[in-house]
Design a protein around this ligand. Structure first.
Ligand SMILES: Nc1nc2c(c(=O)[nH]1)N=C([C@H](O)[C@H](O)COP(=O)(O)OP(=O)(O)OP(=O)(O)O)CN2
Ligand SMILES: [Zn+2]
Length: 123
């Protein structure tokens, strides 16, 4: 398999309101999020240009992220009813974009320079 990744950035607030009230993350706070999309293809399925998919086609994802998530409150932007943890955000993004990019194999989300969550569905 051949794998490509591209990194995207946005800033947003959230409240992890399912945590106990003593937990600092139960208070409103924000992060400079990093999202990495991973796309994969077999060698024989690469495009004529030798791409899994042209990185430039991922501009559509950047536009959606800027419109939907950047400088927003994730508890609202993700539609409510789901705790906006890094794990849930990664899975939510995957579910929204797998139809548009069938080569999508994983979504990674970082909230701080030290933390990463990854959603990679079972194959
Ligand atoms: N498994 C998860 N744990 C936590 C998440 C998460 O999404 N998944 N989120 C948070 C907070 O939203 C936030 O990310 C704080 O994380 P934390 O590592 O505690 O950040 P700090 O900068 O305070 O950590 P330091 O150790 O002081 O650098 C919490 N947990
Ligand atoms: Zn947080």
């Amino acid at each position: 398999m051949l794998t490509i990744t591209k990194e995207f950035h946005f800033s947003a607030s959230h409240v992890l309101d399912r945590l106990p009230s003593w937990h600092p993350c139960a208070r409103m706070h924000g992060h400079n999020y990093v999202v990495v999309l991973e796309l994969s293809a077999r060698r024989e399925d690469l495009t004529e240009a030798g791409f899994v998919r042209d990185y430039r086609e991922l501009d559509a994802f950047k536009k959606w992220m800027d419109d939907t998530l950047d400088h927003r409150h994730l508890n609202e932007a993700m539609g409510g009813g789901i705790s906006p943890s890094a794990e849930n955000l990664a899975a939510w993004i995957f579910d929204l974009w797998i139809e548009r990019f069938p080569e999508l194999t994983a979504v990674k989300v970082s909230e701080t320079p030290k933390t990463w969550a990854e959603y990679r569905p079972p194959r």
